[in-house]
Design a protein around this ligand. Sequence first.
Ligand code: PXP
Length: 237
Amino acid sequence: MPKLGVNIDHIATIREARKISEPDPIYAALIAEEAGASGITVHLREDRRHIKDRDVILLSQIIKSKLNLEMGLFEDVVDIALQIKPHSVCIVPERREEITTEGGLDVVKYFDDIKKYIETFKKSKICVSLFIDPDLEQIRASREAGTDFVELHTGRYANAVSKEDIDYELQNIKNAAKYTLNLGIGLNAGHGLNYRNVSDIAKIEGMNELNIGHSIISMAVFTGLHEAVRRMVELIK
Ligand code: PXP
């Protein structure tokens, strides 16, 4: 059974809507762990629009499961990663104007830089994953660059609408998964996975971990809303 890494960025996004101290992503991480998450994932973006330095520092000290730090290759973010030494880093492409991580990392194009950073992280005993599209050329380059894991981008599969497109994207991920394992690289996947589409990805042989955020936090809003309103009504009474 693949492990579940819970991405808690959206908790920080809600906090930043008010720029106060709650809801605190640290508390969310503890709840996710208690519910069975095997890891906590956060993306420390260059513009710090949701997760802040303080969050990753505290998470690295407090959580009992594995901290997976998603990051673009920005010097200040690399410095923080080397300082807090998360269990793993997942290197992602990052553009300021994007709403969420859009495509996979172009390992072929940025090979030398990526290889250099992989060596730096591995010297610090931080496990490295590269977030890439399910593309054989990218997987081959990831292997040559020395990564421990790839995280296959499931966004195109998640966004597909017709049965034909869904089947096509799923087969593409399955082929990429097989190729990854044959090259001796660890296999993770994520992006856009939800309660309707996760099981076909979870069934893929050799899948180590799925990183899921948006759908879990969205579900939490609805499973928690009734109780939240009830408690407030009680207090007002
Ligand atoms: N994996 C990576 C590399 C991501 O950038 C994200 C989004 O932050 C996720 C997984 C989780 O995606 P989602 O929020 O759609 O579940």
